[in-house]
Design a protein around this ligand. Structure first.
Ligand code: MG
Length: 454
């Protein structure tokens, strides 16, 4: 049984993610970390306080002092962890719908736990090997005030305030009723922007939109950009570690395009950037143009974190990394995805040029996605063998870190089994729609033939 996926554990609150389960996770965390104190933060979800209370009880019962940070973006919890040298349990389901909740674990260095670290906690949990404390040694619980304010101060001291202020920008912000509702408006105003918001009040029912910052959830933000004459629109997910942007015409900007634009501004020759095997051709093109190395990991942000740490340990400079879903790392700031920081870095660019101009070079790529269902592991294995054969036969560079990715220089195709559903996903991308369609269709045909023969 895997309690933790690549980004902690998540489920429908009070069904899969019960207070009893969170209490056991907290006892495991307290036991495995052997720490004197552990902090707890949460996003705005309806069930957040209930689950944070369970976490506090669990930690105290194994003798750990508890620091309650209240509602805080995950990157704010990471800031606190690093500053105080204390691990944090973050009660959040990130971008998942309102009925979900979850637990993310942040180490005392401010970095999300790696899969290996999570396994240790998991084995403590499964063995129920808890260090239960005698009554007089149980942990104390105290509230910590003002963490949101110090987090905003830290953000302000980490970005180019002067450039942003000189831009005289109007920013339309949609924090989606999440944890960023309590920090990003103040941060952006302190940067000298005029800020207008939609879905700006913290509300665990998420009445205005679901927490995931995808185009169908962000139509109000597009309208707000147009109505207010804003220079840019910014949306967060529920725990504000991601930022998605709209340009000055109220048009949604692909996360891949803004990531590429930020990377183009950040990377220098000889640098390394890290993304996952479904990385966009846009980032491939930026890295090639600049003369930077691009390293691909299996999908999942903890894999990217692990690779950045390895590269930096080997003396490589990794100024930017991440994925096209708005989750971007600037390791020079902190090895954390931070939606507010990412927003400010984009504002540094918008202060000089229109948002539409910034992303124009990275716009207009064609992405094609196909899925093939399978009924049996025999069908699945036959399809993956076919993908391998297709890869061997193609005049392309093969990457097998997570599925089969074929890089053709100007385009790519990836065949990868889904982690959660009985299907193989095919992704293709090129500048020309026909090229992407052809690559996806060829892969699809090869897999379909193999499935029929299985
Ligand atoms: Mg998130």
């Amino acid at each position: 049984m895997n309690v933790f996926g690549s980004s902690g554990t998540r489920g429908v609150a009070n069904e899969e993610l019960t207070p009893e389960f969170v209490l056991r996770i907290a006892k495991s965390v307290g036991t495995a970390w052997r720490a004197e104190r552990v902090a707890i933060a949460r996003d705005t979800r309806r069930t957040g306080r209930m689950l944070a209370d369970a976490a506090a009880s669990g930690l105290a019962s194994v003798g750990v002092d508890v620091e309650r940070l209240g509602v805080l973006p995950t990157p704010g919890a990471q800031f606190y962890a690093e500053r105080e040298g204390v691990g944090v349990m973050v009660i959040t389901a990130s971008h998942n719908p309102p009925q979900y909740n979850g637990v993310k674990l942040v180490g005392d260095d401010g970095v999300e736990l790696t899969v290996a670290d999570l396994r240790e906690i998991e084995s403590t949990l499964l063995a129920e090997a808890f260090d239960t404390a005698p009554w007089h040694a149980t942990g104390r619980v105290r509230e910590i005030e003002g963490v949101r304010e110090t987090y905003v101060d830290e953000l302000l001291s980490s970005v180019d305030r002067e450039t942003i202020a000189e831009g005289g920008l109007t920013v339309a912000l949609d924090p989606g009723h999440g944890a960023g509702s309590l920090t990003s408006p103040a941060f952006l105003r302190e940067l000298g922007c005029r800020v207008v918001t939609v879905n700006g009040q913290p509300d665990g029912h998420f009445p205005g939109r679901d927490p995931e910052p995808i185009p169908e959830n962000l139509e109000d933000l597009g309208r707000l950009v147009r109505a207010s004459g804003a220079d840019v629109g910014i949306a967060h997910d529920g725990d504000a570690d991601r930022a998605i942007f709209f340009d000055e015409t109220g048009t949604y900007l692909e996360g891949d395009a803004t990531f590429a634009a930020l990377a183009a501004a950040e990377l220098e020759a000889g640098d390394t950037t890290v993304s996952a095997v479904n990385v966009s051709q846009r980032l491939v093109d930026v890295a090639t143009d600049v003369g930077a190395n691009l390293e691909l990991t299996p999908i999942g942000s903890t894999n990217i974190i692990t690779r950045i740490e390895e590269l930096e340990a080997n003396g490589r400079r990794v100024p930017i990394a991440g994925e096209g879903n708005g989750g971007i790392f600037f390791p020079g700031y902190r090895l954390a995805r931070d939606g507010a920081y990412t927003a400010a870095r984009f504002l540094e660019l918008v202060a000089e040029r229109r948002a539409s101009e910034i992303v124009a070079p990275f716009d207009g790529y064609a992405n094609v996605r196909r899925n093939i269902h399978y009924e049996s592991t025999a069908e699945r294995d036959a399809m993956l063998d076919a993908a391998a054969n297709q890869a061997q036969a193609a005049d392309a560079e093969l990457n097998t870190r997570d599925g089969y990715r074929l890089d053709y220089g100007d385009a790519w195709v990836l065949a990868r089994p889904s982690g959660t559903e009985p299907l193989v996903r095919i992704y293709a991308e090129a500048r020309e729609e026909t090229r992407a369609e052809t690559l996806a269709a060829d892969m699809h045909a090869a897999l379909a033939d193999a499935k029929a023969a299985a």
